[in-house]
Design a protein. Structure first.
Length: 323
C-alpha cells in the first residue's frame, strides 16, 4: 500500500498469476445492508469486454480499480466504504470493480496474487495501492489520504475530467437468476487472436493481428476499426498527458507533437478537439505535413460510427484543405 502519500509508479501488464489464492467464497447475500452488489453513482462494474474502454477513460479522469469477488462476504464492507468515499468526490474519480475470478485475463495482466487488490489507474498507467483486506486504520488512510492523493496526481498529469454519473444497477443475482445484461457481440473466429492480444494490453500485437485479418479480407470493417483503435493505444495509451500537451504548446509547428496530442484527445473521447487540432494545423500553412495528418485522420475516421456528424464535417474539411 502507498505510505505517507507516496504513490508507487506503474506495474507490468504481463505475466502469469496463481488464482488458487482466491479462496473463502461465501454465498452471495441479498440483504439491504450490503449495497456492494449495486453499481451506480460513480461506481461501475467492468469485465473483459469493457476493459479497453476503461483504460481509455483513465486518460480523462482517474480510476480507483478494485479487484474483488462479489460473492465473498469479507469484501462487502470494503467495497461499500470505497464506493461511499469515491461518490463523495462527485466525479473527480471513478471506482471500477472487477470480479477477479470471472475475469482471469485481466487478473493475469495485473499479476494479481489474490483478491481484494486495489490500484489507481491514471492515463492508462496502473499504480498498486493495496493487496489484501485493509484494517480500519488502512481503510481510513485510503479514504482520507490515498484517494485525494490519486486525484491530485491525476490533475498534475492533466487528467482532470469528470466521470459520468451512472444509474444504479444490481451486479449480483436476484431471486436466483442472473441480472439481465446487454448481449455482447460475438467475436469472429478470425479475430480471436487479435482480440486476445488487445485484452492482454498488447496493442501493437493486436494491431498486427488485425492487419493480417485485413490482408485476408480487406472488406472487414470491424477489423479495420479495431486495428485503428489498437494502433492508437499502442502509440499513446500510456503517455504522460501533461508532457504531450506541453510539447504541443511549445512546438506548434512540429507535426509529430500535434499528432501526439491529437492521439491523447481521441483516447480521452475529445473527438472534435482531435479533428480540429490537426485540420487547423493544416490550414495554418503546414502543407508539407498533409500526408502525415491525412493518414492519421483517416485512421481516426475508422474509429467513429459512420453516422457520426463529426465524421462528415471533418472529411469535407480535409478534402478542401488537400486540394
Amino acid at each position: 500500500m502507498a505510505r505517507d502519500g507516496q504513490m508507487t509508479p506503474g506495474v507490468s501488464l504481463a505475466g502469469a498469476v496463481d488464482l488458487e489464492s482466491l479462496k473463502h467464497k461465501a454465498e452471495a447475500q441479498s440483504s439491504p445492508r450490503s449495497g456492494a452488489g449495486k453499481s451506480g453513482g460513480f461506481v461501475v462494474d467492468v469485465d473483459e469486454s469493457g476493459f479497453e474502454a476503461m483504460v481509455q477513460t483513465s486518460t480523462t479522469f482517474p480510476i480507483l480499480l478494485l479487484f474483488w469477488m462479489p460473492d465473498d462476504e469479507r469484501l462487502v464492507s470494503m467495497a461499500t466504504a470505497l464506493a461511499d468515499a469515491v461518490n463523495a468526490h462527485n466525479g473527480e474519480i471513478q471506482l471500477c470493480r472487477i470480479d477477479a475470478a470471472a475475469n482471469p485475463s485481466i487478473a493475469q495482466a495485473f499479476r494479481l496474487q489474490g483478491a481484494p487488490a486495489l490500484f489507481a489507474l491514471i492515463g492508462g498507467r496502473p499504480m498498486p495501492l493495496l493487496q489484501g483486506l485493509p484494517n480500519d486504520d488502512e481503510m481510513d488512510q485510503i479514504k482520507n489520504d490515498v484517494i485525494p492523493r490519486v486525484i491530485e496526481v491525476a490533475h498534475q498529469a492533466g487528467v482532470s475530467g469528470t466521470a459520468p454519473r451512472q444509474d444504479a444497477k444490481d451486479s449480483a443475482e436476484e431471486d436466483g437468476a442472473p441480472a439481465e445484461s446487454a448481449s455482447e457481440p460475438e467475436i469472429p473466429p478470425e479475430h480471436a487472436e487479435a482480440h486476445r492480444l488487445a485484452l492482454a494490453g498488447d496493442y501493437a500485437g493486436a494491431a498486427q493481428a488485425y492487419r493480417e485479418v485485413l490482408e485476408a479480407d480487406p472488406t472487414d470493417a470491424l477489423a479495420a476499426r479495431e486495428r485503428a483503435k489498437a494502433l492508437l493505444l499502442a502509440r499513446s495509451g500510456s503517455v504522460d498527458v501533461r508532457v504531450v500537451r506541453d510539447a504541443a504548446a511549445a512546438h506548434p509547428d512540429d507535426v509529430d507533437a500535434q499528432l501526439a496530442v491529437a492521439d491523447v484527445d481521441m483516447i480521452g473521447g475529445q473527438i472534435s478537439d482531435a479533428f480540429d487540432r490537426l485540420l487547423d494545423f493544416l490550414s495554418s500553412g503546414h502543407r508539407q505535413d498533409i500526408a502525415a495528418v491525412r493518414d492519421r485522420l483517416v485512421e481516426y475516421f475508422l474509429i467513429l460510427d459512420p453516422a457520426d456528424p463529426r465524421l462528415g464535417s471533418a472529411r469535407r474539411r480535409l478534402a478542401t484543405l488537400m486540394y
